[in-house]
Design a protein around this ligand. Structure first.
Ligand code: ANZ
Ligand code: ZN
Length: 825
């Protein structure tokens, strides 16, 4: 047939590919892969695996289009590509949805997984389906438990009682990272505090390495992700200084980044919920303190951390002795000091720290300037002076500048034996316990005589009890605790009656090592086969959303370092390069039910076809930018694909014809395009690469209709190159073109076209683009570029888009080949 019908094309090729299985990693290995391994160089492309909540949405459509583009490019370039897929299948949303619909979480989860798998197939993502995994399967979580036990043996998994973030809605504990502006990341409820005994991973032991190893990622991960990780780890250099508290034996240590301001410390503050506050409080202040403490416990984290909020606190009736001058300073409890940062106690220097100043002014505490910054007196202005200056009123360091003062004071403190140089981190240990059903059970048994007893390896996995029909609604203890038959177990040590731990693990534990499991799916003797991991890891390119910029990436990096220390892997960073795609938004806003601006991926695919949607995603702009669906034109993409596809039916030369004597002008365009597209794809400028393919399409059309004609071998050369390059984004269209050009499937393995450098460096002219009369961009174009091509190219320019901002375009004046003038409205 001679009409482009995307439904027909999709239905035709999907089963063919499924039969051929061209995307299997190690496809070229012999029957005995040990004897005859796949000879191609290996590359590992990892897409963040999806959470199975409903069908795929527009965001998935975008992320997987980019990942697939890179994987398919590598495949064309002749690499042995590992591009796996699986599901992050445990988690609260499944449980909540299941409760709402009265289903078992497993049923809901598996139904969604099947739906998404089917959509992925139709979306033609080049996955190696044979490596598919699901974190909720015993054969996977057996190894999550095994890893937990190794962490436990190394002292990296431990239990402690502490105040934890508690979501009253979901009735579960949340990690700090899951509390966003004081609200539960999942449901939005205001988070409160609760004291519970919980399991933690000791990620703080790795704080310094997590920071330091980021050097390896510089330039290959987005800078903002590295910054977010650095801030999250939050390394501070300074000193630990010992203060004596009157009437108390042991000194109390504070952490300060400004030991040089010690002479300006006019009071001392401890975190109200710390044990220290309880211990120090004098009897006559007890009542006032307890009252204050109760008030603090009602305050949410958002309010506490707000700088705008008025400071509150209470005098504890105690005094500390400033070690540099023997001065007696009052001890207060105030909630702007956090219990779990530094030592939970601070020396307050109101002249040079704004929070201390706010507090001092409110409660009438003295303010003493010890660094002369040349600014007016903080006590008068209410503005602290934390900056550079000469030290005054500070006998040990008078006259020194800020940094010298800090160094000199630390040395002095160390000599006196009352302080030492030190570092502190904002990073906290990772709370992994969840009081929910749909997660990986913690493989620990509690025995009254033996205490905590690890489940022996040969008894793994500890499978979730069925609990079909049981009440999973949140109650504050894990629903597993109610499964009495499951909980009751013989102690592996003494054989006595004991209880299983009924908490489950945070799903971030499951996703901290899935990329390793993909290397040797189904491996029975460990979480992964070290040999296979050595072959494939680290991941060459990771693709996923910036919402995982901190947690998931930090946890995966932590796991990798622990495995390195265990001798199980030989690298310290799991992901060599990272691409964060932007979001798909609509009418300038995130899609949401309440705004009614949601766009359904399934509907888009039915209306425009898979290829047009994938093309639109990649053409919309740089991959890191948000895509506003109101500004793109899937209909335009579809028309372009149709134009490209038609070319394949016009070609009149035979496959294999030598293009050497073909039309030179067209050959130059073809080779130039191959060169540019290669470079553009490698630097992730996919949108510009596609603009170049559009130019090639127009040039070829012109050559057929009004140039050397359809029988010229240069036409075949152009259309074949076009089909192969298009296969990265429009696999169905490209496959059909490939067949019409007289080739066997699949175009995915045709091999990336090479270019003749001489032809590729064709003569060119410089085109300039003006926006509102100002020069905004210039680039080289062919002297016979068409007006349409030039307009297209100018509008795709990032500089031009930036210059335009939100403004509409009123008029575009094109004078090919040298000028484009854009008039904004
Ligand atoms: C005296 C001082 C004087 C301070 C000065 C700062 C400026 P970063 O940089 O974020 O690490 N601090 C220490 N522990 C604290 C806690 N648990 N809760 C609230 N604040 C705490 O912050 C380190 C500084 O924050 C420390 O240095 C301490 O105040 C305060 F002109 O000590 B500083
Ligand atoms: Zn026992």
């Amino acid at each position: 047939t001679d009409t482009y019908d995307f439904v027909r094309i999709q239905n035709k090729w999907l089963p063919v590919w499924q039969q051929m299985n061209p995307f299997r990693a190690d496809r070229l290995a012999g029957d005995d892969p040990k004897a005859a391994p796949d000879p191609r160089e290996r590359r590992y492309l990892l897409d963040m695996f999806p959470y199975p909540s409903g069908d795929l949405h527009m965001g998935h459509g975008e992320a997987y289009a980019f990942g697939d583009l890179i994987a398919r490019y590598w495949l064309q370039k002749g690499y042995n590509v590992l591009h796996p897929i699986g599901w992050d299948a445990f988690g609260l949303p499944a449980e909540n949805a299941a409760i709402r619909r009265n289903l078992h979480p497993a049923e809901w989860t598996w139904a969604n997984i099947e739906t998404q798998a089917e959509s992925f197939r139709r979306y033609a993502v080049s996955f190696d389906w044979s490596r598919r995994l699901h974190t909720c399967e015993p054969e996977y979580y057996r190894w999550t438990q095994w890893l937990f036990l190794r962490f436990y043996e190394r002292g990296l998994a431990y239990r402690k009682a502490s105040l934890v973030n508690w979501c009253p809605q979901d009735q579960t504990v949340l990690a700090n990272e899951q509390v966003v502006n004081g609200a539960c990341e999942r449901c939005g409820a205001t988070v409160t505090k609760r004291e519970l005994t919980q399991w933690y991973f000791k990620i703080t032991d790795y704080a310094e390495r997590l920071l330091k190893d980021m050097d390896q990622l510089e330039g290959r991960w987005p800078e903002r992700v590295l910054t977010m990780q650095r801030n999250w780890i939050g390394r501070s250099e300074g000193a630990y200084v010992d203060f004596t508290i009157e009437g108390r034996e042991e000194p109390v240590t504070v952490f300060t980044t400004r030991p040089d301001t010690l002479y300006g410390a006019t009071f001392f503050v401890v975190a109200p919920e710390s044990r220290l506050a309880q211990e120090i409080c004098a009897p006559e202040q007890r009542e006032a303190f307890e009252e204050y403490l109760a008030q603090v416990k009602r305050t949410s984290e958002i309010e506490r951390l707000s700088t705008e909020r008025e400071k509150t606190g209470v005098f504890l009736g105690a005094y500390a002795i400033n070690p540099v001058n023997g001065e007696r300073i009052p001890v207060w409890a105030a909630d702007y000091v956090l219990a779990d940062y530094g030592t939970g106690a601070i020396m307050a220097v109101p002249a040079h720290d704004q929070r201390d100043l706010d507090f001092a002014l409110k409660y009438g505490l003295p303010v003493r300037v010890v660094v002369d910054t040349g600014e007016p007196d903080p006590a008068e202005t209410g503005i602290a002076t934390p900056g550079e200056g000469r030290h005054v009123n500070s006998p040990v360091i008078d006259g020194l500048g800020k940094d010298e003062g800090i160094q000199a004071m630390i040395e002095w403190l160390e000599k006196q034996g009352i302080g030492k140089r030190g570092v502190t981190y904002r990073l906290r240990d990772w709370l992994i316990s969840r009081q929910r059903f749909w997660g990986c059970p913690i493989p620990i048994i509690h025995c009254d005589s033996c205490g905590e007893v690890p489940v022996p390896d040969d008894q793994l996995p500890v499978e979730l009890p069925d609990l079909r029909g049981a009440d999973l609604a949140p109650k504050g203890v894990s629903p597993l605790a109610a499964a009495t038959d499951w909980v009751k177990v013989a102690c592996p040590k003494c054989g006595g009656e004991a209880r299983r731990d009924s908490d489950t693990m945070d799903t971030f534990v499951d996703s901290s090592w899935y990329f390793l499991r993909y290397c040797s799916p189904g491996y029975q003797d460990g979480p992964f086969n070290p040999e296979d991991v050595r072959r494939w890891m680290p991941v060459d390119q990771y693709v996923g959303g910036v919402e995982h910029a901190i947690l998931h990436l930090l946890y995966s990096r932590f796991f990798t370092k622990v495995l390195y220390d265990m001798g199980m892997v030989d690298f310290t960073e799991p992901f060599k390069a990272l691409l964060n795609q932007g979001q798909v938004i609509n009418q300038g806003k995130a899609m949401s039910k309440s705004l009614g601006n949601g766009v359904d991926l399934g509907e888009q695919l039915s209306t425009y076809g898979v290829d047009a949607i994938r093309f639109t995603m990649a053409f919309a702009g740089p991959p890191e930018d948000d895509i506003d669906w109101a500004d793109v034109s899937p209909g335009g993409s579809l028309k372009f694909l149709q134009r490209a596809w038609r070319l394949s039916g016009d070609v009149q030369s035979e496959p294999g014809v030598d293009p050497a004597n073909g039309d030179q002008a067209l050959r130059k365009v073809t080779h130039r395009t191959i060169k540019d597209v290669t470079e553009l794809v490698e630097s992730f400028k996919f949108n510009v690469a596609l603009a170049r393919l559009m130019e090639l399409t127009s040039a070829t059309r012109k050559a057929i209709d009004s140039g050397p004609g359809p029988a010229d071998p240069a036409v075949r050369e152009a259309v074949e190159a076009l089909a192969i390059m298009l296969s990265l984004v429009a696999p169905y269209t490209a496959e059909d073109m490939w067949e019409r050009l007289g080739h066997e499937p699949t175009v995915a393995l045709a091999g990336w076209p090479s270019y003749d450098p001489e032809l590729a460096t064709a003569e060119s002219v410089t085109a300039v683009v003006q926006v509102a009369g100002k020069l905004r961009d210039k680039f080289e174009v062919s002297p016979d570029v068409t007006e349409d091509e030039l307009r297209e190219r100018a509008l795709a320019s990032e500089k031009v888009r930036n210059a335009l901002g939100d403004r509409e375009i009123r008029k575009v004046i094109v004078r090919a080949p040298k000028l484009v003038n854009i008039v904004p409205g």
